[in-house]
Design a protein around this ligand. Structure first.
Ligand code: PHE
Length: 454
């Protein structure tokens, strides 16, 4: 089981971490949240928080993995040992494993819908109404289950093949494909859509939109999109070659991730604004209902552009899904201990059960509410993104800031400037835990108990 627990080149970490970061969060989540929050200000806040909080906590999580080695739980125990801290810090590792499963438990469902839409758009929309198609598709429990099972089978196949043959090799194909497709889509948006409307929508400063909710959305989105807080980056930090520099590598991944989010906006909104009756504020349905309506309007060419767009989403989703389940597979494998294939089976099986609950939120249990959470799908998403991830992020930040920083060899980690290193530790100690906790408390009060302060 110890064989092949390393990548032997720097590119592998960059590809895998970028593959993890760039996902549905960028292409499905970022544009619809920008849309819901009115565009410009949200985008600027997002970039601000990526740099101020996202990058430092990203580096912290990679550092724990690199120093602590092994799966997220053992990595926390090892680093806690090294710093004479209590072993209770392992809770952060367990939170990570739990987040894996809950994120996986809704992520695969959206990815399944994406694959389904690839086929729908390829067959064309002549004589059909795209909005009706959406409602029909999500109303079928069996059909949605079929598509997410297909997606999970692909994910399981890659995971079972291991770190080098599975993750690294697949990323070498998926990442170039993803960048090629997104450039193609932006190009098409510029050619056929209204690019200037999209640019002004995404980048113009509208001060009147400033609110706690927009800030919350921007921070949550930044952390989710960078894959922070659930052990993925710890696992990838563990596989990282010894001499690879954490700050440099992290900066590259964070830049790539942010660029893809912005490019996704520039691929989607020009087409949305090309048709005056389409609404940029369609929420989670933006890439499904709204975009497929745009593809239908494009006529025959939509039958080519549509499938390419959904292929882009599927590629991004697959590379992220692999990374979402990797820490759990690693943990089961080392904990039992068992073979990688068997560990993959166990994790995928748990994920399937959670996905079935999510799917029911679209149809059979769509009226089952808890607090302001509309249905089981929303619940799963809430537990993962808003509850567990932010807690994990806070734990990671505080642990590295207050404990691990004492034994970190600044140069070995890859810092050249003492000033930058001190700024990093300062943010991890004071700034990010505080921001994250305030948002966590306010967000939970509002979502569960309807208590609103702003
Ligand atoms: N960052 C991924 C996305 O944007 C999702 C993800 C979250 C992946 C957490 C791994 C860990 O879609």
């Amino acid at each position: 089981m110890q064989s092949n627990t390393r990548w032997n080149n720097n590119l592998a970490f960059l590809l895998a971490a970028t593959g993890s970061a760039v996902g549905l969060g960028n292409i499905w989540g970022f544009p619809y949240k920008a849309g819901e929050n009115g565009g410009g200000l949200f985008v600027l806040l997002y970039i601000f928080f990526v740099i101020l909080l996202g990058l430092p906590v990203f580096m912290a999580e990679v550092a724990i993995g690199k120093i602590g080695k092994k799966d997220p739980v053992s990595a926390m125990i090892n680093t806690a040992d090294k710093t004479n801290s209590t072993k209770n810090w392992r809770v952060v590792g367990y939170l990570g494993i739990l987040s894996n499963l809950f994120i996986g438990g809704y992520y695969a469902v959206i990815a399944g819908l994406v694959i389904n839409y690839g086929f729908i758009s390829a067959s064309g929309f002549i004589g059909k109404d795209p909005t009706v198609i959406y409602d029909t598709e999500i109303s079928s429990f069996v059909e949605m289950t079929f598509w997410f099972l297909l997606f999970l089978a692909l994910t399981g196949f890659v995971l079972a093949r291991g770190i080098e043959k599975g993750i690294e090799s697949s990323m070498r194909i998926l990442m170039p494909t993803l960048f090629f497709l997104i450039i193609l889509m932006v190009g098409y948006g510029a050619y056929r859509g209204d690019m200037s409307a999209a640019l002004s929508y995404l980048f113009s400063w509208k001060a009147e939109q400033f609110s706690a909710a927009t800030m919350q959305a921007a921070i949550g989105q930044a952390f989710f999109s960078l894959s922070i807080g659930m052990g993925t980056l710890m696992a990838f930090g563990y596989y990282m070659p010894k001499e690879q520099k954490v700050p440099g590598a992290s900066s590259i991944v964070v830049t790539a991730d942010t660029s893809v989010a912005l490019l996704a906006g520039l691929a989607i909104f020009p087409l949305v604004f090309a048709f005056p009756f389409l609404d940029p504020n369609a929420g989670t349905e933006l890439v499904f209902k709204t975009m497929s309506t745009a593809f239908a309007e494009l006529g025959a060419i939509g039958q080519f552009v549509g499938p390419l767009f959904y292929l882009l989403l599927a590629v991004a989703a697959l590379s992220s899904m692999i990374s979402i389940l990797e820490p759990s597979v690693l943990w089961v494998q080392e904990r039992m201990p068992t073979t990688r294939t068997r560990a993959t089976f166990i994790v995928i099986a748990i994920c399937i059960i959670l996905c079935l609950i999510s799917v029911s939120g679209f149809n059979v249990l769509k009226d089952f509410k808890v607090g302001s959470l509309e249905n089981p799908f929303e619940m799963m998403k809430y537990i993962a993104d808003d509850f567990l991830l932010l807690l994990g992020g806070t734990g990671i930040s505080a642990f590295v800031g207050w404990r691990l920083s004492k034994i970190i060899d600044m140069e070995k980690l890859g810092f050249k400037s003492k000033l930058l290193f001190s700024a990093w530790i300062f943010i991890l100690r004071w700034v990010s835990p505080l921001f994250l906790m305030v948002i966590w408390v306010l967000g939970n009060l509002e979502r569960i108990f309807f208590i609103k302060f702003f």
